[in-house]
Design a protein around this ligand. Sequence first.
Ligand SMILES: [Zn+2]
Length: 394
Amino acid sequence: MGIRWRYLWAGFFVMLGACVQTPPPVPASGAVTAGSECRTPFARIAFDFEGASASTCAITGEREFDVLITPEHAPPINPSPWYAFRYESTGDALVTVNLRYLSGAHRYAPKWSDGNAVSELPIELSEDSKSATLRLPPGKGQVSAQELITTADHSADLRRWGAALGAQPFTLSRSHDGRPVEAIRLGRTDGPRLVVLLGRQHPPEVTGAVAMRAFVDELVERLAGDPQAFADHQFLIVPLLNPDGVARGHWRANRGAADLNRDWGDFNQPETRAVKAWLDALPASVRPVAMIDFHSTSRNLFYVQGDEEASAAQQRFRAAWLTGKENALPGYPFTIEPRNANPGSGTAKNWFHATFAAPAYTYEVADTADRAATRDAARHFAAALPTALETLKD
Ligand SMILES: [Zn+2]
């Protein structure tokens, strides 16, 4: 930590008593977090919208603020420091915001939005990546770790897909906060072969959501053109498994302080339990044959079953769907990473594979992936799915 940072830290603690609001009380079930704000006569930053981080701010100048980026529960927690705030200023001077990571280090390049276009902002990063300084254009705008895809966006997607195919989104369950965990069933509802698509178990993993949205768009367009496009398959699609985490700007967990992708097996959380209950209630004639779980990490990859535990049919599926395309999709290089199950890991990947003897993959998109290339690749993978699914049939 350089001299400049030490000086700012000292300043921060001096300001702490005067300027930081007391954290808001834990809201009643279903309520929206109030968030905090910092205001000077010239500028204001606020954390008062869905997806905003539960951050604390301090005033360090007329148009300068510190923002403390903290996780939703004590470490250990995956280092995905999410931040999102909005600001307004008067005059034509820049607004300076110093992000300070109290756990983890800077991961996501800031995205600036005026409500229309989203652009990436330059930052000055400290040597230890524990602080980042942003200089914001005057006026007003919103800054977030990744572009915001909110509950309302996911809900609108479900309604759009439903309208295209005459299907009705439904609520699988309610989260701890009382938010709906919504799903839709597409394709032949009497189709005996079920493909499960999951998204947003981990709130900041927005690039996974970008891929999933394009993937389902492609499925929907194919099914709209030809209801038999996926033969005897149907889909259960759950794009937002962790609505509380997304709404509250969490780094990883749901409102029960649980990593949902470690709960498949225990099913202690309402969101994961709801998917299992829905599957349990299926008639014996309908069985899951594949599962794809969309996430984000540092690079594009698919976690797949290792050769030891993949049946011949599952190996055929992997070869038909993924193999040989690693460097073939424009702007979207990826790797295929076989991993044998770590018993009791609690991931959706391992639970679906162990329970249904089906290929169950984690579809990981790089944090920094080109968004257009991510969408194009996702459409390619969706288009290639019918042929790959056929290889699972003995
Ligand atoms: Zn993840």
